[in-house]
Design a protein around this ligand. Structure first.
Ligand code: GLA
Length: 445
């Protein structure tokens, strides 16, 4: 009784005294979806020799057109985002930022109007330090005027990089100041930070602070167009998930960087893996590819409604890796409506497709399926497989570096039994720990 009263007191305290650690701008209630130029187009400013691929208003207008005509907007992709290298080398007479006049002759306001007329949103890039990573003028010492400029241009998102910061205190203060400056403009601007990425080499970032000031934040290095880069980010995230996952939720997301699907470096199976694991991680889905010439298979994958539904699930919980067994990685993401998504990646890069049996030893979450759950495969195809018991021996076949995705729904009767059998469940957990083939990762979630 005394314990219950104590718990109740804590809850009341939290509801009334504990601060709400969230940037209160109402943005990114689900992970944002859109397009960002960096990985595919980098800092190509040579519009003379490469007019179709240089960073210019023409490129962003073409991408905006295609986002509407080719089903991207309908699939949920709404942000068209400019990265580094859009700026002129100097500020104007009033100290305001200006776009490169040759490559953006209409200026950013005109581009924003164009993008808005298509029902899309425009993102822009700046840096907390003296200069951007590519050497253009940074925002240090100009946070208020730059935020005001972006608001006047009607920009909808700011990616705020961390290159060339003066010292660690100024880096942190700079992110906080820009966050406040954006709020003070009165315009709702999604704030995308790289604050933790630049802190990690020196100290463990304070994610409570970060969540309070940013809608999303980069933790790990830049994505490149390769499987090595994508798996490097996936593994880094899994290795830090106990720290990262609790901070994700509506309005606040861990950002593992862009989707490079539709480019040159990933095989079709690896593209599937990036799409599914990004959805499992509740990551922003910002593609960096050339939507003007995209392969139909990559397009179908990026527009796959069932994977996108998992990415955008309203419960807003980030998934996590629950097991590595026999060179298979198993990920779990709690979904709304008493459902869980499971993704299994075949990490073995030798030989052909391998079978992955789902049962308690391979999918620890399976213990929730006593006596039964409903299973549906989501990828490669949506198929309802009906009711399965927790002793099920259903098998998936997975190509090397590929991933399958399935959803387990817990029917009310099973949920009731789960609750009644919580104590018995604890006993099952203990059995898990004795299975030395499994590295259990989910004890804390
Ligand atoms: C950093 C960022 C990248 C990109 C480049 C641009 O490396 O992490 O995402 O914005 O700068 O210069």
């Amino acid at each position: 009784m005394a314990r219950r009263a104590f718990t109740f007191l804590i809850l009341i305290c939290c509801a009334t005294i504990c601060p709400v650690f969230l940037l209160e701008n109402g943005m990114a209630l689900t992970p944002i979806m859109g397009w960002l130029h960096w990985e595919r187009f980098t800092c190509n400013t040579d519009c003379y020799n490469d007019p179709d691929n240089c960073v210019s208003e023409k490129l962003f207008m073409q991408i905006a057109d295609i986002m509407v005509t080719d089903g991207w907007k309908d699939a949920g992709y709404e942000y068209v985002c400019i990265d580094d290298c859009w700026l002129a080398l100097t500020r104007d007479k009033e100290g305001r930022l200006q776009a490169d006049p040759d490559r953006f002759p209409g200026g950013i306001k005109k581009l924003a109007d164009y993008v808005h007329a298509k029902g899309l949103k425009l993102g822009i890039y700046q840096d907390v330090g003296n200069r951007t990573c590519a050497g253009y003028p940074g925002s240090y010492g100009h946070y208020d005027i730059d935020a005001q400029t972006f608001a006047e241009w009607e920009v909808d998102l700011l990616k705020f990089d961390g290159c060339n910061f003066i010292n660690l205190d100024i880096l942190v203060e700079g992110y906080k100041n820009m966050s406040r400056a954006l709020i003070n403009t009165g315009r709702n601007i999604t704030f995308s930070c790289e604050w933790p990425l630049y802190l990690w080499p020196f100290q463990t970032p304070n994610y409570t602070d970060i969540r309070e000031h940013c809608n999303q934040w980069r933790n790990s290095g830049d994505v490149f167009d390769s499987w090595k880069s994508v798996t490097g980010i996936i593994d880094w995230t899994a290795n830090h998930q106990q720290l990262l996952v609790p901070f994700a939720g509506p309005g606040a997301w861990n950002d593992p960087d862009m989707l490079v699907i539709g480019n040159f470096g990933l095989s079709p199976d690896q593209q599937v893996s990036q799409m599914i694991i990004w959805a499992m991680m509740a990551a922003p889905l910002l593609m960096s590819n050339d939507l003007r010439y995209i392969d139909p298979k990559a397009k179908a994958l990026l527009q796959n409604k069932n994977i996108i539904a998992i990415s955008q699930d309203p419960l807003g919980k980030q998934g996590y890796k629950i097991a590595s067994v026999n060179n298979f990685d198993v990920w779990e993401r709690p979904l709304s409506g008493d459902r869980y998504a499971f993704a299994v990646t075949n990490r073995y890069e030798l030989g052909g497709p391998r079978h992955f049996p789902i049962f308690m030893a391979t999918v620890p979450g399976w213990r929730r399926c006593f006596p039964t759950c409903l299973i549906a495969t989501v990828f490669p195809n949506y198929v309802e497989l009906g009711e399965h018991s927790f002793l099920s021996q259903y098998k998936f076949t997975i190509n090397p570096t590929g991933t399958v995705l399935f959803i387990v729904s817990i029917p009310p009767k099973t949920k009731l039994l789960n609750n009644l059998n919580k104590r018995a469940g604890l006993k099952l957990n203990r059995t898990w720990k004795n299975l030395n083939t499994i590295q259990r990762k989910d004890d804390y979630f």
